[in-house]
Design a protein around this ligand. Structure first.
Ligand SMILES: NC(=O)C1=CN([C@@H]2O[C@H](COP(=O)(O)OP(=O)(O)OC[C@H]3O[C@@H](n4cnc5c(N)ncnc54)[C@H](OP(=O)(O)O)[C@@H]3O)[C@@H](O)[C@H]2O)C=CC1
Ligand SMILES: Nc1nc(=O)c2c([nH]1)NC[C@@H]1CN(c3ccc(C(=O)N[C@@H](CCC(=O)O)C(=O)O)cc3)C=[N+]21
Length: 297
């Protein structure tokens, strides 16, 4: 029987433990605070940011939301980041991506204080991750690692294939899978839009992570019998539903389920873990900055 992995359940468990970590900090007189910054009027981005704020509320983290007009000059965003960096009461800063075209992503990510960089996208944190000394693991790949661990799926010695090489999902995912230690030691292949004969690569995967953002591009025929399939992709597709859209993953769930031993659905798979691991990094950042020893799940 194919196992349908319940991301909400795994995320609930992590959040429950994080609540105790937040208590420890508050008992020590430290109120964890996460600033989210949105410079976009995209509906999906607005939804994600409000979900992050709701997760903060649930855990007792003080979530402060900042909005910047998408037409404003980039300097307005830089000045806001500088102010948040300088505010000792703010422990975590997340600038929601994507940003408007006139704002250079690299300059933004490099401007955030690396000890407050709860996304783990600052070059210092990327470097630490690659060097095997991660401070903040990027939330989505970290969440995928937690799913594999929770499901008892061993990575050591396995063939892992990641479809996608973005800075926020594909590259850090591949990096975690190839690291020494638990959740790593996999033989890892990274595929992208220029990959020749993608199917030949994905069919070798014991663990397949799909993060291309192309709805249902991975079907059962591209999956090895018995594989674990992790679907990171989320695309809003127009549909006759209350919201006017539905969420579609990169994996054709019905045909993939016939081949996979375990598979994540969309929604209810990786997404909830992304939010849980953002909370994890926010608690970790607070501990680092306040010098309070805090246990993390
Ligand atoms: N569940 C969650 O928590 C999250 C979900 N997402 C979702 O994951 C998906 C990926 O996000 P993100 O990494 O930011 O996206 P990007 O668009 O930044 O990257 C997509 C990657 O997929 C590759 N790709 C695109 N088309 C193909 C193809 N036909 N075959 C092989 N590779 C392909 C691209 O290749 P190339 O580099 O050559 O262009 C690129 O490397 C999106 O659907 C996004 O919404 C993202 C973050 C969190
Ligand atoms: N700086 C930055 N950090 C991010 O972590 C970041 C970002 N920018 N930009 C966009 C992507 C996307 N992302 C998701 C978070 C939660 C769900 C999630 O919880 N999804 C639910 C469903 C959500 C819904 O109903 O729309 C699920 O899959 O079950 C999905 C995607 C974080 N991202």
């Amino acid at each position: 029987m194919t196992r349908i992995i319940d991301g909400n359940e795994i995320a609930d468990g992590i959040r429950a433990e994080l609540r105790a970590s937040v208590e420890t900090l508050r008992d020590a007189g430290v109120q964890p605070r996460l600033a989210t910054v949105l410079m976009s009027d995209d509906g999906a981005s607005e939804t994600y940011v409000s979900m992050k704020q709701a997760a903060c509320d649930e855990l007792g983290i003080d979530g402060r939301h900042h909005e910047i007009d998408p037409d404003a000059p980039a300097d307005e965003l830089f000045e806001r980041i500088d102010a948040l960096n300088a505010d000792p009461a703010v422990h975590g800063i997340l600038v929601q991506l994507p940003l408007p075209d006139h704002v250079e992503k690299r300059r933004v990510l490099g401007r955030i204080d690396p000890t407050k960089d709860v996304d783990g996208f600052h070059p210092e944190n990327v470097g630490r991750l690659v060097a095997g000394d991660a401070r903040f693991k990027p939330c989505t790949p970290h969440g995928v690692q937690r799913i594999l661990a929770a499901e008892g799926i061993e990575t050591e010695g396995k063939d892992a294939v990641v479809v996608g090489r973005s800075d926020i999902v594909g590259k850090p995912m591949a990096n975690l899978l190839v690291q020494y230690g638990d959740g790593g030691n996999a033989t890892t292949t990274v595929c992208h839009s220029r990959t020749d004969d993608l199917k030949a690569k994905t069919r070798r995967a014991d663990i397949l992570v799909a993060a291309a953002g192309v709805p249902e591009m991975i079907d059962g025929d591209m999956i090895r019998e018995g594989a674990t399939v992790i679907d990171v992709g989320i695309t809003r597709v127009d549909a006759d539903t209350e919201k006017g859209y539905e969420l579609v993953g990169d994996v054709d769930f019905e045909s993939a389920k016939e081949k996979a031993d375990a598979i994540t659905p969309v929604p209810g798979g990786v997404g909830p873990l992304t939010i849980a691991m953002l909370m994890y990094n926010s608690v970790k950042a607070t501990g680092i900055q306040s010098d309070v020893a805090v246990e993390l799940p």
